[in-house]
Design a protein around this ligand. Structure first.
Ligand SMILES: *Cc1c(COP(=O)(O)O)cnc(C)c1O
Length: 383
């Protein structure tokens, strides 16, 4: 179905930060399949893990123990916070699970309502409940009736949150940095205040780390930057370095709201997906990819600040780690197609924001090459 306006290119192969099309033309990938292939394309450890597991067992039901699932859940817990994990297959599904878990927890607790506060400009997925949670009207048009139970307030506004809290509200759902909203970084200290407010009112803090997780922002998870812990966290995108998988992570007390039969997934946590996840996280930890992401992100920012001097069309450069947004004063949508001609994969959001989310393994030379091409494209446009 015609749900995407697609660029004229057939990508057939990838290695690290590079991809090739069916004519053999090479591209620098500054999108990573939208923040998915964080270790780069065809990472040997992930390829090997998938090959080995594919020869043994793709799938078995969650009606049985799945050792790889237990191993990977343990790895997540060891590297995040005291929690339990449910596996699914995508970001929307992980968030859908988080919404269900929060509602069930609130209902069992019986102290508060189960309404969830979300933020304008947020993005939580394309299922009906996650569209309802998403703070952007353009994703809701034509889909009435939209499920109830959500209230949206301005991003980063702690006073607005305080005002909207009543007995009906049971949880707050938020991205550490808004991804689809245009790389929006909250004010410094916001998450500390948010955590305090949630504690004071007995609200669950649900962090949608689907895009910010897995070292994208320079720490393994986005929440680590402000030294807080969520009650619930969702993961997907880079979790399997391109293998479709999602995870719902929750503190034990919250996770206990699910009991056998209350939530499920046929494919969730299958051995093949788990093998990709174990290899991905193992490599990230071994190679300290979070630190690399932070360093290369700050190098990318420096390079972008340099070309900002000669391109007055650039209004603002923002982001953290290798989750970077460059906002322009005009429509730059044509950069995507022009980038294809010049051998670079670029992404533009809301017509004016260039989103740069390359594989985290990108080298300084590759950053230089990418910024060089972007600089050339901007020169041609007279920006
Ligand atoms: C991409 C994204 C989602 C949706 O993930 P899908 O795998 O496409 O369902 C949800 N939340 C955030 C923050 C995302 O960036």
């Amino acid at each position: 179905m015609n749900t995407y306006s697609r660029l004229q290119v057939n990508l057939v192969r990838g290695k690290g930060v590079k991809v090739w099309d069916d004519t053999g033309k090479e591209y620098i990938d500054m999108l990573s399949g939208i923040a998915v292939c964080n270790l780069g394309h065809a990472h040997p450890a992930v390829v090997k893990a998938l090959q080995d597991q594919a020869e043994r067992l793709f799938h078995c039901s969650n009606l049985y123990h799945i050792p790889q699932q237990e191993t990977f859940a343990d790895m997540i817990v060891q590297n995040s916070f005291d929690s339990r994990v449910f596996f699914c297959n995508s970001g929307a599904e992980a968030n859908e699970g988080a919404i269900k878990l929060a509602r069930r927890y609130c209902s069992l607790e019986g102290r508060r309502g189960s309404r969830i506060v979300t933020f304008s400009g947020s993005f939580h997925g394309r299922t009906l409940a996650t569209v309802a949670a998403t703070g952007q009207d353009r994703f809701k048009q034509g889909y009435d009736p939209i499920p109830a139970g959500f209230v949206s307030i301005p991003f980063g506004d702690i006073d607005a949150l305080e005002e909207v809290i009543d007995d009906e509200v049971g949880a707050v759902m938020i991205e550490p940095i808004q991804g689809e909203g245009g790389i929006i970084v909250p004010p410094q200290g916001f998450f500390k205040k948010l955590r305090n407010l949630c504690d004071r009112h007995g609200l669950l803090l649900i962090l949608d780390e689907v895009q910010t997780g897995m070292a994208r922002t320079g720490s393994l998870f986005g929440y680590m930057y402000e030294d807080i812990e969520p009650d619930v966290m969702t993961l997907a995108k880079a979790l399997g370095n391109g293998f479709p998988v999602g995870a719902l992570v929750a503190k034990p007390k919250v996770a206990e709201a699910f009991s056998p039969g209350t939530h499920a997934s046929t494919f969730g946590g299958n051995p093949l997906a788990m093998s990709a996840c174990i290899a991905t996280l193992d490599t990230m930890l071994k190679d300290d990819i979070a630190k690399h992401s932070l360093q290369q992100g700050s190098y990318l920012k420096t390079c972008l600040e340099e070309i900002k001097e000669i391109h007055p069309g650039i209004k603002e450069i923002r982001g953290r780690g290798l989750m970077m947004g460059v906002e322009f004063d005009r429509n730059i949508s044509s950069l995507c197609a022009e980038g294809i001609n010049k051998g670079i994969l670029l992404n533009v959001q809301k017509e004016r924001i260039l989103r740069l989310v390359p594989p985290l393994v990108i080298s300084k030379a590759e950053i230089d090459a990418a910024v060089g091409i972007i600089d050339a494209l901007l020169r041609e446009k007279g920006l």
